[in-house]
Design a protein around this ligand. Structure first.
Ligand SMILES: [Mg+2]
Length: 316
């Protein structure tokens, strides 16, 4: 079902004019039927009704563009994580980037002053490893992956092989070579299953983008007449794993991210709540032009505690 989007309205709060975009998705539980009837009344009242209907069982947090940008934390993000910890609200950091292990991300977060450990991080690689163990147990795997990711797979008990695999696993391999590509081509042609950690075409860098694995997925699919099983965002598998990790029902989770077509699309597909933050890739004009709608749009994660506390100020 299509999401319902309303025109932005201006609210006067503490003497300041603040723009608010009320949106809801039928699959989400933001508004009950009673509240929907009132949509055309006063948008300020809609904003008032929104909060009690939103549940904050646990947060799934995208990292790049949401928690930090390049090597710097988003202002207020550390305080937001501290707020979640203090209030016992579960959370997990999610990333589609499969070029690094979980240790890499927890170290990176710690260096920026976040109170986070390896167990708080779920990468598309971790999700893929869990998928291989639970759904493809004992199969032989040929990975296109960096050495530390290959090690993470081996440490998890995956049977990593150089030849004659049952499965080719494509990750964001920044050490990819012609030899690896050609090997994978041969294995897939001979009928190996094709699994990819995530679908992104590009990966944001400090000042531009790097090529990610999407174009490689299409190349192998076209060359080998196969279709990849994709594990990361926007596949709801990742979201369900994160919910299980936090001990929260998927419908009680909130996905927070800066990308409409991965972060918010995943929440959309899984029928869960989502918060789009405008601190990363997406700006207002992209949000206005997109069919993918978050439950709420905010400036950044720094605004979330106020949303939870029921103050109106953070609404965009
Ligand atoms: Mg992001």
């Amino acid at each position: 079902m299509a999401p319902v989007v309303n025109k932005p309205v201006m609210l006067e709060i503490d003497g300041k004019q603040i723009e608010f975009i009320p949106t809801y998705h039928p699959a989400a539980t933001i508004y009950n039927k009673e509240a929907r009837k009132g949509l055309d009344d006063t948008m300020a009242l809609v904003a008032e009704r929104l909060r009690p209907e939103m549940r904050f069982g646990g947060f799934m947090l995208d990292m790049d563009g949401t928690i930090y940008k390049g090597g710097n934390p988003i202002p207020g993000a550390r305080e937001f994580i501290a707020y979640l910890r203090k209030n016992g609200i579960p959370f997990v950091f999610l990333t589609n980037n499969s070029s690094h292990s979980r240790d890499f991300y927890s170290d990176k977060l710690a260096r920026m002053g976040f109170d986070a450990s390896k167990d708080d991080v779920l990468t598309s690689m971790t999700a893929t490893i869990r998928f291989l163990i639970s759904e493809r147990f004992g199969r032989r795997v040929y990975p296109l992956a960096t050495p530390d990711v290959v090690k993470e797979m081996e440490d998890a008990g995956i049977d990593v092989v150089d030849d004659d695999p049952d499965i080719v696993v494509l990750t964001f391999d920044t050490t990819i070579t012609y030899e690896k590509i050609n090997n994978a081509f041969h294995f897939l042609k001979k009928g190996a299953e094709f699994i990819a950690t995530h679908p992104d075409d590009v990966c944001p860098t400090e000042d531009f983008y790097d090529i990610d694995i999407g174009p490689f997925i299409r190349m192998f699919e076209q060359m080998c007449q196969t279709t990849a099983t994709i594990i990361g965002k926007p596949n709801r598998l990742m979201l369900e794993m994160a919910a299980r990790e936090m001990g929260v029902r998927p419908e009680d989770t909130v996905m927070v991210g800066d990308r409409l077509y991965t972060d918010i699309a995943m929440a959309d597909r899984a029928g869960t709540q989502s918060i789009l933050v405008l601190s990363g890739e997406t700006d207002r004009s992209m949000l206005d032009g997109s069919e993918i709608r978050p439950t709420v749009a905010l400036g950044s994660v720094a605004d979330i505690p106020d949303l939870i506390e029921g103050r109106r100020r953070p609404v965009l």
